[in-house]
Design a protein around this ligand. Structure first.
Ligand SMILES: Cc1cc2nc3c(=O)[nH]c(=O)nc-3n(C[C@H](O)[C@H](O)[C@H](O)COP(=O)(O)OP(=O)(O)OC[C@H]3O[C@@H](n4cnc5c(N)ncnc54)[C@H](O)[C@@H]3O)c2cc1C
Ligand code: FES
Length: 552
């Protein structure tokens, strides 16, 4: 065991402050809360953001990049998308010196299921001994929501069988990287897996790949598959995500018109993009714009086509959208906006040659020719196997109650779930990675509680959050506002350093931030505490970090 080393003067750190310091060559996050000093790993276990650049609220630190939250006192992981807890280190105060002792293996994060329970302790993981509990919990889809649910079931103390089912050929992976680092060529296959295979084995989580769900009978609690025998469950989670849409025009399914949802889609796109000169991207929202950014980084000529006046116009408003448009144009991307796709055709080298050479996106006013076309025009909930269920809406979403329950023993989470938003007072369906993981965790708790009279179900109340990164511009978005009466801008859009508060029904429902990560994290905590500043406060230029400190 190494010795204690001095890392700071106690008087250097006010209460409620944190700082990155060095102890024996190891980066440590030192924080002071209610007079007590805490030391833990300095970097987020998700993608390694320096936590000292986030926000400290009580003993909770919010990561500046994708808003994972950790408890600095116990190291416990409180909110996704980070997979693991932080390591904590011993702290001693002598006079005005703060001393920290880090073990020699301090940089190893280790892998563990480490969510915090409400009492602030890191829960022990239940063992997966089937002999103690013969229940079967079936988790349909092995994406963000189902994977998080599987892990959380163990932290909730569930000891029966957990079966994660996916039609894909691979165990759970990080879908969000597909359109970013993976497509740009900055991350390989190894960087995509959420956990290694041994992890699921050691936690008694069965992963069934290549299994397509074809039916679910909520009354008989039975699931049928394209291949293999039906399975009867005690509790099930539907978390089958979305099926990407094609534009409803002739030629939308031609060879060379590609979708991006799965690892296989991304591999196909990477393979086909090698050696091509040009790609037309239809859809200037998240997938389309990220694909444009990553393909441009590969040196491909990209034209983005959308019927809106600016990228992201529907989600963020045209003013914010134009920030991304200008960043894309600086990198050489062309746009065809306010444009309606009428058809997609093949272009032949000469009339006698049947071999298609290129594709033509037919627009009302001038066409776009390209070697490939990528569609990023949204997804539909992948719930065809539940077509006759009374809780399935016309849009394919599954209506659930506040505990994410659709029927007895049946829960839904992630992109498919239409859940009551406690802040908006209506049912919403939100397609975000972090929210899907939060759903998965909440559903786990309620699946266990349903069969245990000593436990109570908990309503889902977490704050939605998403991020996107493209053309060097990173956006954080907290809350949810589908339509808004006013968008209050604080900062400079043209300098790509601003927050925008979206006002609906007299309250700020959501905030988008570029270059203001700390403010976005502070707003996240304020919204979660029901203390979001008023529209008037935003108009007057509220200091969000101070507002959080004032809430105390
Ligand atoms: C390329 C890309 C980039 C993204 N980037 C971001 C981002 O930066 N930030 C963000 O917040 N969100 C992002 N998203 C959205 C985010 O990935 C989704 O909101 C999230 O994955 C939803 O999780 P889920 O568990 O509901 O569904 P998914 O993660 O889609 O998992 C569903 C799983 O169910 C499987 N499945 C479907 N039907 C069946 C069936 N019948 N039988 C068996 N298995 C089935 C699917 O194959 C899939 O593996 C991105 C999405 C994509 C496609
Ligand atoms: S790097 Fe911390 S949440 Fe992603």
């Amino acid at each position: 065991m190494s010795d204690f080393v001095r890392v700071a003067a106690a008087s250097d750190l006010a209460d409620g402050e944190m700082r990155q310091v060095q102890a024996d060559g190891t980066d440590v996050l030192l924080s002071r809360v209610d007079g007590a000093f805490h030391a833990c790993t300095a970097f987020c276990t998700h993608y390694g953001a320096p936590l000292a650049t986030g926000v400290l609220d009580g003993t909770t630190v919010v990561c500046p990049w994708h808003h994972a939250a950790f408890d600095v006192a116990s190291g416990a992981l409180c909110e996704p998308p980070a997979p693991d807890a932080l390591r904590t280190f011993e702290v001693r105060v002598e006079g005005d010196d703060v001393l920290v002792r880090v073990p020699e293996d301090a940089d190893d994060h280790g892998e563990g299921i480490a969510y915090r329970e409400s009492d602030g302790e890191t829960p022990a993981m239940a063992s997966a001994s089937a002999s103690e509990d013969d229940r079967v919990f079936l988790l349909l889809g092995a994406g963000a929501a189902a994977e998080a649910c599987a892990e959380a079931l163990r932290t909730e103390g569930y000891r029966g069988r957990i079966v994660l089912v996916t039609k894909e050929t691979r165990p759970p992976y990080d879908r969000t990287k597909l359109s970013k680092a993976y497509l740009a060529g900055d991350a390989g296959d190894d960087a995509l897996r959420l956990r290694d295979g041994a992890f699921y084995e050691s936690h008694g989580i069965e992963v069934w790949t290549d299994r397509t769900v074809t039916g679910l009978d909520p009354d008989k609690r039975t699931v049928t598959f394209e291949e293999g025998d039906p399975v009867t469950y005690d509790a099930a989670l539907v978390a089958t995500g979305g099926t990407p849409r094609r534009v409803p025009v002739q030629g939308a399914d031609l060879d060379g018109v590609l979708l991006l949802r799965s690892w296989e889609d991304a591999q196909d796109l990477v393979r086909r993009a090698e050696g091509v000169e040009s790609v037309a991207v239809i859809g200037a929202s998240f997938i389309g714009m990220e694909v444009a950014s990553s393909l441009r980084a590969r040196g491909v000529d990209v034209t983005v086509v959308d019927r809106e006046e600016a990228p992201f116009a529907a989600t963020l408003g045209p003013e914010v959208g134009r920030v991304f448009q200008s960043a894309a144009e600086e990198k050489g991307v062309s746009f065809r906006l306010d444009a309606s796709v009428e058809a997609i055709e093949t272009v032949h080298a000469d009339p006698d040659d049947e071999t298609p050479r290129r594709l033509r996106v037919v627009l009302g006013d001038g066409d776009v020719e390209a070697d490939l076309v990528v569609l990023g025009v949204g997804v539909a909930p992948a719930t065809d196997f539940l077509k006759r269920a009374p809780f399935r809406r016309d849009d394919g979403g599954l209506e659930v109650d506040a505990t994410l329950r659709a029927a007895p023993g049946l829960f839904a989470a992630g992109d498919v779930a239409a859940f009551p938003d406690p802040r908006l007072g209506r049912s919403v369906r939100i397609e975000h990675w972090r929210l899907a993981q939060q759903h998965g965790r909440a559903a786990a708790r309620n699946m266990v509680a349903e069969g245990d009279p000593t436990m109570s179900s908990v309503p889902f109340e977490s704050v939605p959050f998403f991020w996107t990164g493209q053309f060097g511009v990173n956006l954080r978005y907290v809350g949810h506002a589908e339509e808004w009466d006013e968008a209050i801008v604080d900062g400079a859009l043209d300098e790509r350093e601003f927050v925008v508060a979206y006002v609906e029904g007299g309250a700020v429902r959501a905030l988008a931030a570029v270059g203001r990560d700390r403010d976005a994290a502070a707003f996240h905590r304020l919204l979660a505490r029901g203390a979001a500043p008023s529209p008037d406060a935003f108009r007057a230029g509220v200091d969000l970090q101070q507002a959080l400190r004032d809430v105390g």
